[in-house]
Every structure is written in structure tokens, then in C-alpha cells.
Design a protein around this ligand. Sequence first.
Ligand SMILES: NC(=O)c1ccc[n+]([C@@H]2O[C@H](COP(=O)([O-])OP(=O)(O)OC[C@H]3O[C@@H](n4cnc5c(N)ncnc54)[C@H](O)[C@@H]3O)[C@@H](O)[C@H]2O)c1
Length: 310
Amino acid sequence: MKKSNILVTGGAGFIGSHIVDLLIDDGHEVIVVDNLSSGNENNLNKRARLFKLDIQDAGLEQIFREERPEYVIHQAAQIDVRHSVADPIYDASVNILGTLNILQNCIAYNIKKVVFASSGGAIYGEQQSFPASESHPFQPISPYGIAKLTVEHYLFYYMTVHELNYTALRYANVYGPRQDPFGEAGVVAVFTKKMLDGEQTVINGDGEQTRDFVYVEDVARANVLALRNNTHEKAFNIGTGIETSIKQLFDLLRNIIDPSIKKEHGPRKAGEQLRSVLDCAKAKDKLHWTCETSIENGLNKTVEYFRSIN
Ligand SMILES: NC(=O)c1ccc[n+]([C@@H]2O[C@H](COP(=O)([O-])OP(=O)(O)OC[C@H]3O[C@@H](n4cnc5c(N)ncnc54)[C@H](O)[C@@H]3O)[C@@H](O)[C@H]2O)c1
């Protein structure tokens, strides 16, 4: 792709910072809008320019006007599902209204393409078929999932009525270096940090619940490929198609960190999804993307990272 000026929202966050690294390696100019609410400036590539701003802020217009990005990769979000249940209004303010603020600027300043971070697990809800393809029924069971799906509907509207090109990437459970180990979202980061610190790691319920764990650098690569996607397909699952139970994940991490760690189970979390796994054939076919990192490899790299910052 021709060297371009690219705006990454949430670029100081876990996934966003890996996307920024790839774009800069490819020679693009990168600007980042991030309010650092869950992101960290230390994650951010030194060659990216940071605008510390909330995506809901009217000042976003000035950034579009003065910086003239050609592409937007939108990662900034309130990412905590439980927080969205506790405060759906805040979740909608950031994840819907904040996104509309970005999209209105995208049409005002003729953005060539928007890539949006959606969520497979959250918009399909409790799955009826395994793995879920992009045509799986939408049954979000959290305000967070509703907001992600709502944005996909808005993107379709902006494309149809305002000719704004877009691709929505429906991520599975992303893990890897720089994930927040204190947040609610990242079980890999939480388990890794606890095991390294010698704290007891508790599995919620029987640990038979499954997830599709996809390595962050693979997800970043999907975003870069999506910038070039000019097929009529607009939404892609980004995962591995492999179901890993939380119990298996515990065992894999324990084997890397310390095989003598004891397993402990706690009560099952109410409302927690049972199984989640995505069919990613469409991304392979149209984006020429597949997850290249095995879970063993990805977990080794993640443990190495958390050891290096401990
Ligand atoms: N991590 C996953 O497994 C996963 C799965 C599905 C979808 N996603 C989506 O991927 C995207 C990135 O998530 P992540 O895991 O890297 O989380 P993250 O919290 O590390 O990144 C989000 C970034 O957005 C910034 N941000 C939050 N609210 C903001 C606001 N109002 N204005 C400006 N910046 C704001 C944060 O400071 C942070 O840097 C999010 O849209 C998330 O919903 C993540």
C-alpha cells in the first residue's frame, strides 16, 4: 500500500499499539487519538504523534482538519463488558456517540477507509452453531455487544448514504504483550501476571467454558490487510477457529511458568458466556489473513513479555 497518513484511535492501548508499530514499520505516518484512560504512553511507538483527547470531544474536528488523515483505524473504546452492564449510558457515550463523532469527521474530511474493532464473542452472544461464521444470528447479551453491533449498522449506513468505505473486524479473544493484567477482559494477562507473582489463580466455575484465543500481532496484521480490502465483504471474524477451555489455558500457562502451581476453582460468574469460537474462513479467502501464531507460541511470547516488565 502507498505510504499514507493514518489515524489510529486507541493507539496507546493493547491492540492499537501493535497496529501502530506495524504501520510505522511499513513506512506510514501515524497519528494517535487516545485519552489514555486504559492505554499507556509507554506502549506507544516513539515515531507516532499522540493527541491526548477523548473521542467524544468536539476538538477532534481540528485534528482531522489540520492533520488530514487518509485512513482511520478505530480501536478506542470502553472495553469492559461488566462495566457496560453497570453503566450502559457511559458505554454508549464512548462506544456509540464517540464513534459517531469520528464517523462524522470521516465523511466531512473524505476519509478513504475506516477499519473498526468489533467483537465476535460479544455480538453473536451465546452461540447456536460452532464455530460461528459472520452470518451467525446477532444476540448480544451486554450493552458492550449492543454498542459494537450498533456501530456496524451505522457503518453500513455511512457507506450506503455517504460512500464511506469500511471494514469491521470481529475479534475473538485477543491476548499478548501489553494487555492490561488488571482489567476484566484479558484472562491470559490476568493468569500470567498472577502466576508470575506467585498469587493464587482462580478459575471461575468448572473451567469448561471455552474461548477462541488469537495472538495480538496476528490481529494487528489483520487491520493492516483490511486497509486494502476492496471486496464487497465488510465484516470479518478474526480468530483461530480453535476452542480452548479456561482449564486448558491454565494448564498451558502453568507448564510454561511453573508446573507445581495448584489449580483452584471459584464460583461461576453469573452471565458468563459458555462457548465462543469463530469461523475465520472468510478472512482467509478475502483478506488473505490467517492466525499464524499457535497458542503455545503466543503464550510463550506473552509470558516472556510479562517476565521482562515484572
Ligand atoms: N482485547 C480483546 O480481546 C478484544 C476483543 C474484541 C474487541 N476488542 C476491541 O478492540 C479495541 C481495542 O481493545 P484493547 O483490548 O486494545 O483495549 P485497550 O483498553 O488496551 O485499548 C483501548 C484504548 O482506547 C483508549 N480509549 C478508551 N476510551 C477512550 C475515549 N473515550 N477517547 C479516547 N481514547 C479512549 C484507551 O486509553 C486505550 O488506549 C476495542 O475497541 C475493543 O472493544 C478487543
